[in-house]
Design a protein around this ligand. Sequence first.
Ligand SMILES: Cc1ncc(COP(=O)(O)O)c(C=O)c1O
Length: 388
Amino acid sequence: MPNKSVKNATICVSSEIGNDENFGAVTPPLYLSSTYKFEGFNKMGLYDYGRSGNPNRASLALTIAKMEAGAGAIVTSSGMAAIDLALNLVPQNGLVIAPHDCYGGTHRLLEARQAQGRFRVEFINQNSERSVERAFDEKPSLLLIETPSNPLMRVVDVQALAKAAHGVGALVVCDNTFLSPARQQPLKLGADIVVHSSTKYINGHSDVVGGIVIAKDEAIVEQLEWWANCTGVTGAPFDSYLTLRGLRTLYARLDVQEANAQKIAEFLEAHDAVAKIYFPGLKSDAGYALAQRQQSGPGAMLSFELVGDISHVEKFLTGTDLFQFAESLGGTESLICHPATMTHRAMPEAARKTAGIKDTLIRLSVGLEHIDDQLAELRRLFANISEG
Ligand SMILES: Cc1ncc(COP(=O)(O)O)c(C=O)c1O
């Protein structure tokens, strides 16, 4: 009998291991076939066609569903496909409430669906009680939460928001990309659906673009599976295989990356050239107390504003060497980016301003390199500005 009380760190490593009945392979084999033989006339086997189902996708979905405490999961071709899949549950002309400081691609998708006439969207500050109350008065169909948010690491109260949203009959979707189920389980806090860009911590090696949607209730899983097959947004077998392989080390990676991020955040907080730092692991951070309550760690993402203007940012980022000057996050290597011209350039300037995403903001995805080398890279980059 499988032990149902095993910890997430164990599920992560042992799920789908040793299940191969053909050859006794310890790790799950890769099934690339796009089609599967019927068992007989009008008698379908477990799988019939790769868009509808695939063993590697199923292994990954099952594992993540367990880790997020959901009834099931759907593996998609990207994080954006995962979010768009969940949005299929919004009725025509329904209202979606989203955070004003969400990932730029999410902002663009919501704006585009609104412009198309599919549904209405309101971007609000989800930490403002008044804004939330006013938005819920309009009886939204779906509340989208992103916590910690990209790129300002704003932490919002999932439990309180979910309770209020359910009070007006709205479905609650939470983007858990920045923490992964190793540090936050939104379904246990009251969300109905969790979405991930598995491109980030879940895969963890910057070599797959993927997404996952997990739902608390079986009925919602079935609806999402139907839409995923209908629209064909399901993920590829090899991507699913690689993602499950990457997932095995999630806890070990996060433990080190998070400890490195804490030290870097403390270094930045004390630095004269830093105007503001955003990291929920610092006592001075606005989200610290809430993060202590709803997260089991601060994560390994942080952002900071430089003193000066965009020319200082350019000087700082032009000198990067150990830190890769690139978008994305959650890989083993440190990635540094400028949200205003990179990850959030799809967001109109006015919307960036409202969200508080300044031109002097830099985002860092802290990797597994030795902390001494990471701090040395930062010292060198700061020296580049002052040498200017
Ligand atoms: C919070 C968040 N959600 C969703 C996405 C979209 O994921 P993908 O790039 O895999 O489509 C991203 C991408 O950076 C993200 O940061």
